[in-house]
Ligand binder design. Structure first.
Ligand code: NAD
Ligand code: UFG
Length: 359
């Protein structure tokens, strides 16, 4: 049975953790990454953690020739597509870069996949596609809208995947809508390594705790939430990684039922996956102040903070309905906020400068 998976963006934060989970589940992986937001050191560390060298191709998803070569050299069962740019603020100042990388890059990937008849895809989507949600918890049928180019690029790719599934039912396309991934591998060897001053809450808190940044600015304390600060569904990155394995196992199981059952009832289309969006979240909301308190307790560090005005584009509360993932993928997040803080702290204190100049 073919268990070879192309992992685009596999050198990044979520990609590295997912490579470890895929390897542990018996999948063979080939990482394809242009290293625009990651490093060879991350790949080296994954190799050490899994005890064997990683099959790594340095390449850009917008480079069709380089992608084709990967499909000539390997026979893939499917693709997990993490490659993309993810900074909301930067996407506002560089929209063409974001649409080119995230949308055009994905179209190029899909064209090459079609050419080599590899039609199984798991795509990194985001809870950002729900915009300001009308209901909580957010389920997959909630309406979608985005206000920034990063979010638009994710939503546009989702629309492309939907159209593709309608045009040809042999595609199996699962966008996983991540809520707020945080945490690190329990070894402390891999984790999130922001290039600059972090935009996101957890890496900001951990850099304050380790003394790299003086204090946290909390964006708003007048939201209609438990303590006035924003509420999010933080999910441990290793749980998230496991969610990808569950999605792939589901896809494999469904498509093999289809293969074996095809001569019995050829008109029965129930095993065709088509376009199947699934939330990956815990279903539980945590406020900014609650996360700061949990991190402070775990790290035994004081985390100075002050309140500033709301950040443009932020919403009050966002947390997932995790029922579809539980019902269909038999997956649920297991790790707690304490685990998330503990593992982030271990990674941050063992690697105060991320993958650069590691100690
Ligand atoms: P990351 O930046 O750590 O990883 C993305 C990887 O893709 C990097 O290694 C980068 O070098 C690579 N890459 C970017 N453009 C590429 C291109 N054109 N060709 C080849 N490789 C390219 O980000 P992450 O946090 O691991 O996120 C992975 C995916 O999940 C992204 O698509 C992101 O938008 C999505 N996502 C992330 C979050 C989050 O909070 N981290 C939330 C929702 C969705
Ligand atoms: N926050 C602060 N101070 C900071 C950073 C964040 O108070 O320095 C607050 C925000 O206002 C928000 C909460 O912490 O209330 C979480 O903010 P993040 O930036 O960590 O996460 P977001 O929910 O805003 O967005 C993230 C990713 C998006 C993704 C979205 C949903 O940045 O790309 O989760 O997955 F789309």
């Amino acid at each position: 049975m073919n268990k070879k998976i192309l992992v685009t963006g596999g050198a990044g934060y979520i990609g590295t953790h997912t490579c470890i989970a895929l390897h542990a589940a018996g999948y063979d992986i080939v990482v394809y990454d242009n290293l625009s937001n990651s490093s060879r050191e991350a790949i080296n560390r994954v190799s050490i953690l899994i005890g064997q060298p990683i099959d790594f191709i340095e390449g850009d998803i917008r480079d069709a020739e380089s992608l084709r070569q990967a499909f000539v050299d390997h026979r893939f069962f499917g693709v997990i597509h993490f490659a993309g740019l993810k900074a909301v603020g930067e996407s506002v100042t560089k929209p063409l870069l974001y649409y080119n990388n995230n949308v055009s890059g994905t179209i190029t990937l899909l064209e090459v996949m079609r050419q080599y008849n590899v039609k199984n895809l798991i795509f990194s989507s985001s809870a950002t596609v729900y915009g300001d949600p009308k209901f909580l918890p957010i389920d997959e049928s909630s309406s979608r809208s985005c206000t920034n180019p990063y979010g638009q690029s994710k939503l546009t790719v989702e629309h492309i995947l939907e159209d593709l599934a309608v045009s040809d039912e042999s595609w199996n396309l699962i966008p996983l809508r991540y809520f707020n991934p945080v945490g690190a591998h329990p070894s402390g060897q891999i984790g999130e390594d922001p290039n600059d001053i972090p935009n996101n809450l957890m890496p900001y808190i951990s850099q304050v705790a380790v003394g790299k940044l003086p204090k946290l600015s909390i964006f708003g304390n007048d939201y209609p939430t438990i303590d006035g600060t924003g509420v999010r569904d933080f999910i441990h990155v290793t749980d998230l990684a496991q969610g990808h394995v569950a999605a792939l196992d589901y896809l494999k199981q469904q498509t093999s039922i289809e293969e074996h059952g095809s001569d019995e009832k050829s008109s029965d289309k129930k095993n065709s996956i088509g376009f199947l969006p699934i939330n990956l979240g815990t279903g539980k909301g945590t406020s900014v102040l609650e996360l700061v308190a949990a991190f402070s307790k775990v790290s035994e560090q004081n985390i100075p903070y002050h309140f500033v005005s709301r950040r443009a584009g932020d919403i009050a509360s966002c947390y997932a309905s995790a029922d579809k993932a539980k019902d269909m993928l038999k997956w649920r997040a297991k790790l707690s906020i304490t685990d998330m803080c503990q593992d982030t702290w271990r990674w941050q204190s063992m690697n105060p400068n991320g993958y650069d100049g590691s100690i």
